[in-house]
Design a protein around this ligand. Structure first.
Ligand code: BGC
Length: 371
């Protein structure tokens, strides 16, 4: 009798602790209860998305979720079929950083039919009602910061964008690059940057020597560095073979900046006095090194992917509990069907002077990694 009783108590205790595991999963306990969340990321070819994927996965697992994390190598049909698979596998929520924000309408209808909420991650998903929330950065402001960093490198403004007394009159030759036209963020970055550059272009302090001033001319499909390199080579040949130099280049992403740097090096520019001021985005390691060591890139924009992951995970937990997550923007992100309620994080300009403070002290990169 006694033996049976002890065995029963032991089994009961085990069942209890198993139940605690499946409803918690982490030592801090969590809300996931072992539910599966599908996380679709665009590509591993850019470091930032690897950081994003890792951070989202870890934070979801800490909350007790199971995670299906997929990368689509920038191929749209691959991303669509990865999301289809997540639905088939029984995902209870989806977190999606789209490749092309307009191509998920059908698969998200399938998700809606299966009652699966969708969080748009960093990139707005367009042309569908089937997005619950959007977690991103203030993308217009990111564009303003990119332009401010170029102006700062040219000695025209401080890092807050305030005019500097005794700033040079110029004129400075600049060229401008935009991101992928199918990524909703690209127009926000571009519009923000133009907002900041316009007064300087209007005053004649900045001259776009190539004359290529429209978003369409500046756009870089899939944010591809080689595409940017070719465009920079063409601009150098067509507009700078007379010996004039380009002094500043607006670049919306570190991978594009690296393509631009290759074109400049191939054309005979070398780091030093006549090297142009080049912006960027994402604080990718190679670019941070180029800012900190060789000086080939002047600035980048730091967007803390760990905080973005937290925002997306909190949204996921809230929607699965039928609660309203925190949002701070209900005006700016109209996806063609409705204004998607958004939570937008802040970003920071990084230049050589604050690499340590912004990136090392926050634990994003170590001093050894940056070199
Ligand atoms: C992101 C940027 C990134 C770009 C290229 C954009 O949607 O917001 O951070 O540089 O995609 O990956």
């Amino acid at each position: 009798m006694k033996k049976v009783l002890i065995a029963t108590i032991a089994a009961g205790a085990m069942a209890l602790s198993l139940a605690a595991c499946s409803s918690g999963g982490s030592s801090e306990g969590g809300e996931g209860g072992g539910a599966l969340v599908g996380v679709a990321m665009p590509t591993k070819s850019s470091e930032r998305w690897i950081q994003d994927g890792d951070a989202v996965k870890k934070q979801l697992e800490d909350e007790g979720f199971k995670v299906d994390l997929q990368y689509a190598e920038d191929d749209i049909p691959t991303q669509v079929s990865q999301i289809e698979n997540m639905i088939t596998k029984g995902a209870e929520a989806l977190i999606i950083a789209s490749i092309d924000g307009t191509t998920l309408t059908q698969v998200l209808q399938d998700a809606a039919d299966a009652d699966i909420p969708v969080i748009a991650y960093d990139r707005l998903i367009r042309d569908t009602e089937n997005v619950s929330y959007y977690a991103s950065f203030d993308n217009f402001k990111v564009g303003q910061q990119q332009a401010t960093s170029v102006l700062n490198g040219l000695g025209l403004v401080d890092l807050e964008g305030n005019a500097i007394d005794g700033a040079p009159a110029g004129p400075f030759n600049i060229e401008m690059f935009a991101g992928s036209p199918d990524d909703n963020n690209a127009t926000f970055f571009w519009d923000g940057a133009q907002d900041t550059l316009k007064p300087f272009i209007d005053a004649g302090t900045l001259v776009v020597k190539s004359g290529q001033t429209s978003f369409e001319q500046a756009a870089t499909l899939r944010w591809d560095g080689e595409t940017a390199q070719k465009r920079m080579e063409n601009i150098l040949t067509s507009s700078y073979s007379d010996g004039t130099k380009v002094n500043g280049i607006l670049s919306p992403y570190d991978g594009i900046s690296r393509g631009i740097i290759s074109a400049l090096t191939d054309a005979g520019y070398s780091a030093g006095e006549e090297w142009p001021i080049i912006s960027g985005q994402d604080a990718e390691l190679d670019s941070v090194k180029a800012i900190n060591n060789s000086g080939e890139q002047y600035a980048t924009i730091f967007k803390d992917t760990r905080k973005l992951a937290t925002a997306a995970v909190e949204m996921t937990v809230a929607v699965l509990n039928d609660e309203k997550p925190e949002v701070n923007n209900t005006e700016d992100y109209d996806n063609g069907k409705f204004v998607v309620p958004s939570f937008l994080l802040d970003s920071q300009i990084v230049v050589k002077d604050n690499v340590n403070e912004v990136l090392v002290e926050s634990g994003y990169w170590t001093a050894e990694e940056i070199g």
